[in-house]
Design a binder for this molecule. Structure first.
Ligand SMILES: C[S@@+](CC[C@H](N)C(=O)[O-])C[C@H]1O[C@@H](n2cnc3c(N)ncnc32)[C@H](O)[C@@H]1O
Length: 247
């Protein structure tokens, strides 16, 4: 058996996984070149609703949006809210940009890179909703510290969320499912599982679009599980300073 080593994505400070795949088609490359700079999250400094959208509005953050269909769906549903999507995989970003253009979405900002870099730059208690849908499962025990559901990222998410806000988590991976429930249980002071009846986690609540990744998992015989957590009233202010907080 492999022992779990100390650490998690907030302390590893390195991005695992792909940042590019097949060569972008010309139209996609054009979007990355022209649309992305217009709607990119500023590279430095505090990230606030006023800075991104020119006014105070509820902020939603999607961590690892894949191809961006869920991000675009949510942004279309809530045009007066502001959406920030983070994804290091350029091919996914290019597809998301296509959705943003086709759906004429003016309320989305994109960070092509590590979501944690962006998360650290929000003021405390500023996010209304955070989505983490099918995070990379890293099923081997020796890779557990790469999993996004870990104490460091959850402390950070808790600090940045408004009390009463909602954290949505999905996974189709059995190892990640058990892991997530175990880790979330350690954070019950910050996150209350919103569940009324058994089996609710197998159905989508209204306003939750099944992602392409989840649909593929289902076709392959895995079962997507959905979880809603309410950020409880208390707030954590004992986080260690982040590497980027001195910027
Ligand atoms: C399994 S895919 C799921 C994609 C999408 N959420 C869906 O359900 O279709 C996980 C995604 O998380 C992204 N990811 C991994 N590490 C990340 C990080 N540190 N910040 C933001 N996204 C990350 C990956 O590039 C990948 O697109």
């Amino acid at each position: 058996m492999t022992a779990h080593k100390a650490g998690d994505p907030t302390t590893l400070n390195r991005l695992y996984g792909r940042s590019s795949g097949h060569k972008l088609r010309k139209g996609q490359a054009d979007l990355v070149e022209t649309l992305l700079p217009q709607i990119a999250v500023p590279a430095e400094g505090e990230i606030t609703s006023v800075r991104l959208f020119g006014e105070d509005r509820p902020l939603h953050l999607e961590i690892g949006f894949g191809s961006g269909e869920h991000l675009a769906y949510r942004a279309d549903l809530l045009p007066d809210h502001g959406f920030i999507g983070c994804e290091p995989f350029v091919n996914g970003v290019a597809t998301a940009l296509g959705h943003i253009r086709d759906q004429h979405l003016a309320n989305v900002r994109i960070h092509m890179g590590d979501a944690l870099d962006v998360l650290r730059r929000f003021p405390d208690q500023s996010l209304t909703m955070v989505y983490m849908l099918h995070p990379d499962p890293w099923p081997k025990a020796r890779h557990a510290k790469r999993r996004m559901i870990n104490d460091g990222p959850l402390d950070l998410i808790a600090a940045k969320m408004k009390p009463g806000g909602e954290f949505r988590l999905a996974t189709d991976d059995p190892t990640y499912l058990n892991w997530s429930l175990m880790v979330m249980q350690r954070h019950i002071d910050d996150f209350e599982w919103v569940v009324k009846e058994p089996g609710e986690w197998l159905r989508y609540p209204s306003g939750w679009l099944e992602t392409r990744y989840a649909a593929k998992a289902r076709r392959q015989g895995r079962v997507p599980h959905q979880f809603r957590y309410r950020r409880t009233g208390s707030n954590r202010s004992n986080l260690p300073p982040s590497p980027s907080s001195s910027k």
